[in-house]
Write a protein that binds this ligand. Structure first.
Ligand code: BMA
Length: 826
């Protein structure tokens, strides 16, 4: 059997030949290094730099990415007689020279692939010196840019000329922290005879039978394969195939296989697939993964409107309720399985069924996809090309091939993986961002997206669909962001126009749309210590990376909400507006099913504390948007939507696999709670379908649009409210709340609240008291005469008086009536 010796211990780090004026020159000669890890986190752990996530520290750290770093450890080696020993790196970030006992083993240029060096004849008994020297990724990428000629790029850094996480060079939500280091596992593997160099499983369903096809490629130390067999087993079945050449094919059929389903549609049964190599009596290598049986089809067939973009899982068309995923830390080696799990559970809590791993980040570690397999969260994996034109020449091209093969093979076993996507916005860039003149007749990446990558997927992961881009129409003859065809990104909202513009569109599938809001108060004030703290104070501005971000926040809020009078108001209202913008879009597009078959919001998570489009901030705290996602993505949703003729329609959306009987009422209420009109609702919504119920004219027609609203209360879904005007136009009264705070028990504390007038945007911010405390709902409408209870989850008891008052308790009413009071006092 292969013997594995971990090499993660005993590493030290030093800057090699630093420029005399660089802070690197003043560093100690030996700094303890964590492997897997990265230079930044080692310097931080050694107290040599300040935390780059805090205040203005990011600006002090550019020299780290401009320095050459050497990692060193000693391997104590005893020869146990194996025929071969390989030095294996699961990931090197990025431009490295690997030396053993002073001899160069090789150079590396790609963060996203694995490297294996045969060191059989180079290891000596006793101590061996292993050194990995990282050149500056900046400088390497700048050199390749100079060699090949620059290409257009949405961000002014050379990330397109090096295979390294693009966002590492800075993004519109991320800092410039150009990393280096041994960011994944490193080990020695000793083996004899034959090793499984590649295992390519393809799992599918044929009626009730699970079909597992496996191709195994061997690497051998001998030409003689006599007596060598490969054994494949799954679900109690096993086959043994004699080896003749270097590859072996096997097929197993599992009768009545348990089918893997996305969450909400069924269970997530997983099987263990094991492949092993035997030479006579001895097992020389073995490989095993958890796998699942499912079929996936991306239906992009033409229809009367254009062409669809529908995921069909095990034969059932599924509405995707997704979010885009970015690296959860600028230093991904810090991501633990616990942190992955917490974040993916937050996605589940927000009623999401898909995460899109976006192309400016990384192929995540196995644990990410393992957790998604377990929880039934679908994954869509971008190849790592984002927002730029990419050269298709060397030295980039062969790196792209190697990286694609490595990662497609690694991830192909995951039943949760339902799409390989070629690029993020690069085809759009070619069409719309004035690229063509600059590119001329040079390559820009299209050959990757339309030829190279789909070929790799077809060869190595034939049971998972491929799509060239997000967005893409299906043809280079049709604009990539055509709303009738394929998938679109909607970014005019946020950048230019009001969020009600979402309602002007009837997309087939939206794979990006988003709206910014600041992080939670606890995260913001942990990271930023500006005094005074304002949206424009220096730390706030450094932690807002979007072009003109604060102006867009203000412009997006202005039509809807009262003007903020303080930093507290600004924080509350911008977060509220972020959530409302996205809820507006999701409800609208879900009501359009099956014309539209999915939304993927930009973005679930953050990599550091920042004002961004995220629903969960850099400290893992849920923003109000998370609650908005949870509500608008509920499996069963009622929403009141305007029709083209101006009338109102109640749309009941049923994403569940069971029929839904919707019983209840729709009322027009006055702000003081008086019922002005009422309509009974009784309708059955089939599974995976939606039904519209027109509102009666007396329910949908207000006598006073500033003092009335529509309320829907039905069985099986959260109540819905629809106002007749934007909040800032409403005649909202002072909230005059009666709040009762219950005792803290098992991490939960109930807050019951009543009001005798309509309260809009009622929200609790218990993280003002304890950073990790959070409410189970946000942006709640308080209806007169109907007490509302919000549960606060907190690791410690919260003071009842503080929990029941400003700044924990907020509402639109309090902002408006405070503003009115100020007006009155003048
Ligand atoms: C899209 C994404 C990201 C970006 C986001 C917000 O372009 O693909 O590149 O962060 O918009 O601007």
């Amino acid at each position: 059997m292969t013997t594995v010796s971990s090499l993660t211990a005993g590493w030290t780090l030093r800057a090699t030949d630093p420029a005399p004026d660089s802070p690197a020159a003043a560093l100690p000669k030996e700094i303890p290094a964590t492997v897997p890890g990265t230079v930044h986190t080692d310097l931080l752990a050694a107290g040599l730099i300040d935390d780059p996530y805090l205040d203005l520290n990011e600006l002090k750290d550019e020299w780290i990415g401009r320095t050459r770093w050497s990692y060193r450890t000693t391997i104590e080696w005893t020869d146990a007689g194996a025929e071969r020993t390989d030095l294996v790196f699961d990931g090197l970030d990025t431009v490295a020279t690997v030396r053993l006992n002073g001899d160069e083993l090789g150079r590396t240029f790609n963060q996203h692939r694995t490297y294996r060096f045969d060191v059989t004849d180079r290891l000596r008994a006793g101590a061996n010196d292993l050194e990995v020297v990282f050149d500056s990724a900046w400088e390497y990428a700048e050199q390749v840019t100079a060699d090949l000629g620059d290409l257009p790029n949405a961000y002014p850094t050379p990330f397109g000329f090096i295979r390294k996480m693009a966002a590492n060079f800075g993004w519109d939500w991320g800092p410039h922290l150009v990393t280096a280091g041994i960011w994944k596992d490193v080990r020695l593997e000793s083996w004899s005879g034959a090793r499984l160099a590649e295992v390519r499983p393809a799992l599918s369903l044929d009626g009730d039978e699970g079909v597992a096809r496996v191709t195994a490629l061997l690497e051998t130390t001998d030409a003689d394969a006599t007596g060598r067999v490969i054994s494949v087993s799954i679900g109690g079945q096993q086959v043994e195939v004699p080896v003749s050449g270097e590859s072996v094919d096997a097929e197993l059929r599992i009768p009545d296989a348990a089918v893997w389903w996305p969450r909400g549609m069924g269970e997530q049964p997983l099987y263990t697939l094991t492949v092993s190599v035997h030479d006579g009596e001895s097992t020389t290598d073995s490989w095993s993964r958890r796998v699942g049986f499912r079929t996936v089809e991306l239906d992009t067939s033409d229809d009367e409107v254009g062409s669809k973009f529908t995921f069909v899982i095990n034969g059932i068309p599924l509405f995707i309720r997704g979010a885009n995923w970015i690296p959860d830390d600028c230093f991904p080696s810090r991501l633990t399985e616990e942190r992955y799990r917490a974040r993916i559970e937050q996605a589940v809590g927000a009623n999401l069924n898909l995460l899109r791993v976006w192309g400016g980040g990384i192929y995540e570690r196995d644990e990410f996809y393992d957790i998604c397999d377990e929880l039934g969260v679908l994954t869509w994996q971008d190849f790592l090309f984002a927002c730029a034109a990419y050269p298709e020449e060397e030295p980039i091209r062969s790196e792209v091939v190697a990286e694609a093969r490595d990662n497609v093979l690694r991830l192909s076993t995951h039943p949760s993986l339902v799409l390989w996507n070629g690029c993020n916005e690069n085809i759009w860039g070619w069409f719309d961002w004035n690229w063509q003149e600059q590119i001329g007749d040079r390559t820009w990446g299209l050959g990757y997206y339309t030829e190279l990558l789909p070929e790799v997927v077809a060869e190595l992961d034939p049971t998972t669909p491929y799509w060239p881009g997000s967005p893409f129409s299906g043809s280079m003859d049709v604009h990539p962001n055509d709303f009738d065809r394929g998938n679109v990104h909607i970014w005019d909202v946020w950048n230019r126009v009001d969020y009600t513009t979402y309602a002007d569109y009837e997309p087939r599938f939206v794979s990006e749309f988003g709206f910014q809001g600041p992080p939670t108060w606890s995260t913001l004030t942990r990271a930023i210590h500006d005094d005074p703290l304002t949206p424009e104070s220096p730390g706030m501005l450094l932690h807002q990376k979007a072009a003109d971000g604060n102006a867009k926040l203000a412009r997006g809020m202005e039509p809807h909400l009262p003007e903020p009078q303080s930093m507290d108001d600004w924080h509350f209202l911008t977060q509220l507006n972020q959530s409302r913008a996205i809820v507006f879009a999701i409800e609208r597009y879900r009501a359009q099913r099956p014309h539209c078959m999915g939304t993927i919001v930009w973005q679930l998570n953050d990599c550091w504390p920042v004002t961004s489009w995220a629903a969960v901030d850099g400290d893992g705290h849920r923003k109000p948007l998370w609650h908005g996602l949870r509500r608008s993505n509920a499996e069963r949703l009622v929403t009141v939507q305007p029709m083209p003729d101006g009338s109102l329609m109640l749309v009941a959306v049923n994403d569940s696999i069971e029929e839904w009987t919707v019983e209840g009422r729709i009322r027009r209420l006055a702000f003081d709670g008086r019922a002005l009109a009422e309509q009974a609702v009784s309708v059955t919504v089939p599974a995976l379908d939606s039904v519209g119920v027109p509102l009666d004219a007396d329910v949908s027609t207000p006598a006073d649009l500033r003092r009335e609203f529509v309320r829907v209360d039905v069985s099986g879904a959260t109540s819905a409210t629809r106002m007749f005007a934007d909040d800032k136009e409403l005649a909202l009264e002072p909230a005059n709340l009666r709040i009762e705070v219950g005792p803290w028990q098992d991490g939960r504390q109930a807050v019951e609240v009543r009001s005798d007038t309509l309260v809009r945007g009622f929200s609790l911010f218990p993280d003002r008291l304890v950073a990790d405390a959070w409410p189970d709902d946000s942006d709640v409408d308080l209806i007169p005469g109907e007490p509302t209870t919000i549960i606060v989850l907190s690791p410690e008891p919260l003071d009842a008086a503080a929990l029941g008052s400003f700044p924990v308790v907020r509402s639109v009413n309090d902002v408006m009536t405070a503003a009115a009071d100020r007006e009155g006092a003048r």
